[in-house]
Design a protein around this ligand. Structure first.
Ligand SMILES: *Cc1c(COP(=O)(O)O)cnc(C)c1O
Length: 402
């Protein structure tokens, strides 16, 4: 049965949101790999580091686990149209599942900065895209009013069924770890639906007696989009919206919808909230890439944040940590290309890097070489390159060829 091949609907007893489970809309989402990250572990100063790669979902992000749930509800309720306001992974996931279900789908997008790579996915799956001369909040406001007048099912992140689907990676993780609960789970924070959903998943498993305790769930934000971090470090315990700016577009959110749920998850599990700079995000992304795994910039905040948690003594060397990688590396290829060409970070952003961070950037960056098509020229260039690489290897512990 198709539902048994879905990493979300395998856990259908824990998400009783549809009547007829054989009619759910599925693209065999979930069942994502849990990778060991020995090199990232070593440079972070922990013994054992794992990455649950939600970018390995059908449309390339964890949003699929929520959309399979919400689209199934839309179908059951007889909707013909679904819509969301998004320039990113939400629209890609919604469009894929709407197409699968044979529903029509509208994506409202604001003027200005758009991640065309992701929007192209929505178009590929047949979504109608409507660009409005306003910002994101303007789009959402208009859409909220529209759905009161037309039978359109709204799929923005406040949709409760999306969170139900998004809690299932917690269960998968426990299966994959043979029900040995890790000490820490580190998650990126944008609208904060994902951290809320994972927290719900773990707390429900504990409630059911499937696990005896829950991991400490820590949320990492970009410095330029850090309202939860500010809440966390503010005595007044009030979240104030910020004007968001970061290259990690999936978490460029200044007024997160699910901040109360996420803050409760952090408090109930004993987790922490950190912020990381653009430079730290770029370095962490390159390190995850160099381990053969790769991820979207927004996902890399987890590794960057973990370094801070370790430095502050909140994560101990012997404790087991799982990073939640939220999106696929191919979601934002321009970021990666700019990074390796040395065109991503500004001088001011690099200026705050430590000496060792700068050396790490140097070692990781692999800009394309442009050479004359002559054997002697190519040989000479490769010789030089190999000599440098070998010298680097003798300076590190993991360099010896297998
Ligand atoms: C949506 C998204 C996030 C942020 O998740 P929230 O639930 O909004 O906190 C992070 N990374 C990627 C790749 C995403 O698509």
């Amino acid at each position: 049965m198709a539902v048994d091949q879905s990493g979300v609907w395998r856990f259908r007893e824990l998400l009783p949101i549809v009547q007829d489970v054989e009619r759910v809309v599925t693209l065999r989402e979930g069942n994502t790999p849990l990778y060991e990250m020995p090199r990232c572990a070593e440079l972070t100063g922990v013994d054992w580091l794992l990455a649950k790669h939600q970018g390995m979902n059908p449309s390339g992000s964890f949003k699929d686990t929520g959309m399979t749930a919400a689209l199934s509800v839309a179908v059951e309720r007889g909707f013909q149209w679904v819509a969301c306001a998004s320039t990113g992974n939400t629209s890609a996931a919604m469009a894929a599942y709407a197409a699968r279900a044979g529903l029509r789908c509208i994506v409202f997008i604001p003027d200005g900065k758009i991640a065309w790579g992701k929007l192209s996915q929505a178009m590929d799956y047949g979504a109608l895209t409507v660009q409005l001369k306003t910002d994101f909040d303007g789009c959402l406001n208009l859409l909220t009013r529209l759905v009161r007048q037309f039978p359109i099912y709204l799929l923005n992140s406040v949709n409760p069924y999306r969170l139900e689907g998004q809690k299932t990676p917690a269960m998968e993780m426990m299966e994959q770890m043979e029900w040995q609960v890790p000490e820490h789970l580190v998650v990126p924070g944008g609208n904060l639906g994902n951290s809320s959903a994972l927290g719900k998943g773990f707390l429900e498993m504990k409630h059911l007696g499937l696990i005896q305790r829950v991991p400490k769930i820590s949320v990492i934000q970009a410095e330029g989009a850090n309202p939860l971090y500010r809440w966390f470090t503010d005595e007044n315990q009030e979240m104030k919206p910020v004007q968001a700016e970061t290259r990690a577009t999936a978490i460029r959110i200044g007024n997160p919808a699910s901040w109360k749920k996420a803050s409760r998850v952090i408090e109930e599990t004993g987790g922490w909230c950190e912020q990381v700079s653009e430079q730290e995000i770029a370095l962490a992304k390159a390190e995850i890439g160099a381990e053969g795994v790769g991820c979207e910039p927004a996902s890399a905040v987890t590794l960057a944040g973990l370094k801070k948690l370790v430095a502050a003594g909140r994560v101990k060397r012997e404790q087991r940590v799982v990073l939640l990688l939220t999106g696929h590396t191919l979601k934002d290829p321009q970021y990666t290309i700019d990074y390796h060409r040395g065109e991503l970070l500004t001088a001011a952003e690099i200026a705050v890097a430590t000496v060792s961070e700068r050396a790490q950037h140097e070692a990781l960056r692999k800009p394309p070489m442009v050479l004359e098509a002559e054997e002697a020229v190519v040989l000479k260039a490769l010789e030089t390159h190999m000599a440098t690489a070998n010298a680097e290897d003798t300076n590190t512990t993991h360099g010896s060829p297998a």
